[in-house]
Ligand binder design. Structure first.
Ligand SMILES: C[S@@+](CC[C@H](N)C(=O)[O-])C[C@H]1O[C@@H](n2cnc3c(N)ncnc32)[C@H](O)[C@@H]1O
Length: 250
């Protein structure tokens, strides 16, 4: 890809499953995503997280959780939009992993392992303070990672006072580097502050993201533009021009 050309990116602002349904089958090279898990409600009830409170840096009063009983529909759509021989990374906590893994396997994914994100400093919690989160690594078909020397523990400092549950874009950068090549299409249906989009654009990958929260879309759009993307905002129907621009297989 020419360094002068802006990398195309599109952003939607509807329910994740509805949004995925608008994407043609077998058109996406990688899905990296981070839904707001049901188990977060449990942490809120116990007071073991501040993550559900009002964020100082944001007017977002937290988001609704995405119920576990929608995972089957979600993973079915993720599987459908992915091309053959691709990867799917799902940010996850310990509790949700046990729910998500068998459902993803049922819809056709092969589960490889949880990758550990080591945040390098302890956070909240009564029973051993939380220092890590997980990223479940799934495969559709068979695709070799680009660098077989990368370990399954990734160390990047947590983000303080950012968008609620914001993940560092450097973390997504490892996943995008490992599982795509330049020009391929990365998708995140729960984009939040857009770290995966930023990493994708910086690496010359095309990007499509979505979030029901307007503020998330606004933050992500600004960050993508800053990273060098030409960003179009979608309505529910992905405009033909955007599809053409993204060169999706229709
Ligand atoms: C855990 S956060 C993602 C954080 C993101 N990884 C980041 O680094 O900022 C989950 C996001 O999902 C969005 N969301 C919640 N329910 C949704 C739904 N049904 N469809 C699409 N987005 C949804 C929320 O607005 C929130 O931004």
């Amino acid at each position: 890809m020419s360094s002068l050309a802006l990398t195309p990116a599109t952003l939607g602002s509807v329910d994740a499953i509805e949004w995925l349904r608008g994407i043609p089958a077998a058109s996406v090279d990688l899905v990296v995503t981070d839904p707001p898990y049901e188990s977060l409600e449990k942490h809120r009830a116990k007071g073991t997280t501040t993550r559900l409170k009002h964020s100082k840096a944001s007017s977002n009063n937290w988001f609704e959780i995405f119920p576990n009983d929608r995972f089957e529909e979600l993973f079915t759509e993720v599987f459908r939009v992915l091309k053959k021989n691709t990867h799917f990374y799902l940010f996850c906590d310990q509790e949700t992993m046990f729910v998500a893994k068998p459902i993803a396997e049922r819809v056709g994914f092969r589960f490889w392992k949880p990758i550990i994100w080591d945040k390098m400093k302890i956070g909240m919690g009564y029973h051993y303070r939380a220092r890590y989160e997980m990223i479940l690594f799934f495969e559709k078909g068979k695709r070799k990672l680009n660098d077989l020397g990368v370990p399954d523990i990734l160390q990047f400092p947590r983000i303080y006072r950012g968008y609620p549950t914001e993940k560092p874009s450097e973390l997504s950068e490892v996943l995008v580097r490992q599982s795509t090549t330049e020009g391929e299409l990365v998708v995140d249906p729960f984009v939040g502050a857009g770290g995966t989009g930023v990493a994708s654009v910086q690496l010359g990958r095309r990007f499509m993201g979505n979030d029901v929260c307007e503020e998330a879309i606004s933050i992500t759009r600004d960050r993508l533009v800053e990273a060098g993307a030409s960003v179009s905002l979608e309505t529910l129907e992905i405009p033909t021009s955007t599809r053409d621009q993204l060169d999706l297989a229709l």
